[in-house]
Write a protein that binds this ligand. Structure first.
Ligand code: FAD
Length: 496
């Protein structure tokens, strides 16, 4: 049965009413609902069970018949138009606990949503339950212990703004409307990473609801195995209702955009960028994106931020400015919140995106030739090939010390194609095809994968490239905390 018709059929089905639930909700009893189980097989949820869950939650339980369902099921990437059977809009850990227990008891396909920014749409599902933490965005800063308590649905903007109120920050991604949860659980590469490590390296503790419905506190002292797994093992081990991060003093940075026309000097620009980064101090982050501006001109756009004084920054960055005649140079002293874009966090992408990526150790001449070849193979203005620098403090953590295995990389690379949600099939395919074929050329020159940079349609081999030698330990941990693989819509580790 097709998705839309089975949702409609579910609504049409009749159910026995639960008087208790009817009273609690003040609404008509729910009908039985056709849904999808963990293995993708159809199942029927009893209306009475749905009403019982609804009346137990503090937050809303939305089905297709309820107002707000279409807004709540929307994901950041419009390439994914998922229709869950139910969405539990959780207001606290108790709601999450009830939703997890309901999903486990019914063997229901389950998606967990933090910021909703998964490139592969993994925080939504068709016919299952979405445990939606987006109402849980509270952030509390303790400036004395320099710790942040962050709700499982918070966006980077929420964390950055609150922490910066105290002159503090923890490493996060570079786009403010990304979710703290998915980003941290997969790793978390950003402006402060070379100085202070990945987001997951700064994770000191958490509160988690595991697949058995139990609430667990996680820290170096309590459930330390789980803390190890949360640091890069993606959403495999439970739903994190609260994160605890260590914070660092972060004053104004020096940064902005420095861009150069790309096509005239493509190889020289990439060579200059990578030679510069090889000698750059940990205080400096320079992301590079090769994309097209509104006039169709291809640019290499450098996203620069320096943790230190403007005087030092000017000196350190001087060679970068000499890479060519800048198209734009907006480098200046700026607050961390401004550089993160935290004042302007839109929440949804207006373009659908298909993406692949890998980790890169050295930008060798062969690698640079291949990058340039991939870009020269298309005139599509909707594609982007970019690099986020890692190394520094990220590279100084040992691969076994956290679930995040790949510590020897210099860059995280991404290739993406974009299209308007109403684009024709040919446009969609041309964008996807460029990403697939270009990545096929580049992948042999990469060293590992990053679980957060994927559209979710990769072969399972990408998991071994991401988790490396940590995989057997992760699989054992998965077996302990989630033997039935309830949390499977992620960079999924199969229970050992
Ligand atoms: C615009 C944009 C910019 C980005 N920039 C960066 C960047 O600079 N650096 C970087 O490292 N990555 C970056 N990413 C990738 C980003 O790290 C991933 O997309 C990440 O998954 C987003 O987390 P989320 O909570 O928003 O996602 P969601 O879609 O909500 O979830 C992603 C995954 O995490 C799981 N999950 C979510 N919340 C929880 C929870 N509370 N408990 C357990 N599991 C949970 C989900 O089930 C899903 O598998 C970017 C992505 C986007 C869209």
């Amino acid at each position: 049965m097709k998705r839309r018709s089975f949702v409609a059929a579910g609504l049409a089905a009749l159910a026995t009413a639960s008087l208790r639930s009817r009273r609690a909700c003040g609404t008509a009893a729910s009908a039985d609902l056709n849904a999808v189980g963990l293995e993708g097989t159809p199942l029927v949820l009893k209306g009475a069970d749905i009403d019982e869950l609804r009346s137990a939650l503090r937050g809303e339980l939305l089905g297709a018949a309820q107002a707000g369902y279409d807004q709540a099921r929307r994901l950041w990437n419009p390439a994914f138009d998922r229709h869950p059977a139910l969405i539990a809009r959780c207001l606290g850990a108790a709601d999450v606990k009830r939703a997890v227990s309901f999903a486990a008891a019914h063997g229901l396909l389950t998606a967990v949503r933090g910021g909703g920014h998964s490139f592969g749409g993994q925080s939504g599902c068709d016919g299952g339950l979405v445990i939606d933490l987006s109402p849980m965005r509270a952030v509390e800063i303790d400036p004395l212990t320099r710790r942040a308590r962050v709700g499982g649905g918070a966006l980077l903007a929420n964390l950055d703004r609150e922490a910066q109120g105290f002159g503090l920050a923890t490493p996060a991604g570079v786009v403010a409307d990304t979710g703290v949860a998915g980003l941290t659980l997969g790793g978390g590469i950003g402006r402060l990473g070379r100085k202070f490590g990945l987001s997951c390296d700064n994770l000191l503790g958490a509160e988690v609801i595991t697949a058995d419905g139990r609430w667990r506190r996680v820290s170096a002292a309590e459930n330390p195995d789980l803390l190890w797994g949360l640091r890069g093992g993606a959403g495999n081990f439970g739903v994190v209702t609260e994160f605890i991060f260590g914070l660092h003093e972060v004053g104004p940075l020096y940064g902005g955009t420095l861009s150069f026309p790309f096509d005239a000097g493509a190889r020289a620009l990439l060579k200059g960028y990578t030679e510069f980064m090889a000698g750059a101090p940990d205080e400096l982050y320079v992301g590079a994106d090769i994309d097209s501006d509104e006039k169709g001109q291809r640019l290499m756009e450098l996203d620069v931020s320096y943790y230190g004084t403007a005087q030092d920054a000017e000196r350190v960055i001087a060679p970068l400015r000499k890479l060519g005649k800048p198209h734009e140079d907006s480098l200046a002293v700026a607050s961390y919140v401004k550089l993160q874009g935290s004042d302007d966090a839109p929440g949804f992408s207006h373009q659908a995106i298909y993406l692949k990526g890998g980790l890169v150790k050295d930008m060798t001449p062969e690698f640079i030739d291949t990058v340039v070849g991939c870009l020269e193979s298309t005139r599509l203005e909707s594609v982007d090939l970019g690099f986020q620098p890692v190394a520094g403090a990220i590279g100084r953590v040992k691969p076994h010390d956290t679930a995040f295995w790949n510590r020897a990389a210099s860059y995280s690379m991404h290739l993406l194609g974009m299209w308007k949600p109403d684009a024709d099939r040919d446009t969609v395919e041309r964008n996807k095809e460029w990403v697939r074929s270009s990545f096929a050329r580049l992948e042999p020159l990469t060293h590992g994968r990053y679980v957060n940079i994927t559209s979710g349609d990769d072969h399972d081999s990408h998991l071994s490239a991401a988790y490396g030698d940590n995989y057997p330990r992760l699989a054992a941990l998965k077996k302990h905390y989630d033997p039935g693989n309830l949390f499977r819509l992620n960079a999924n580790i199969k229970p050992a």
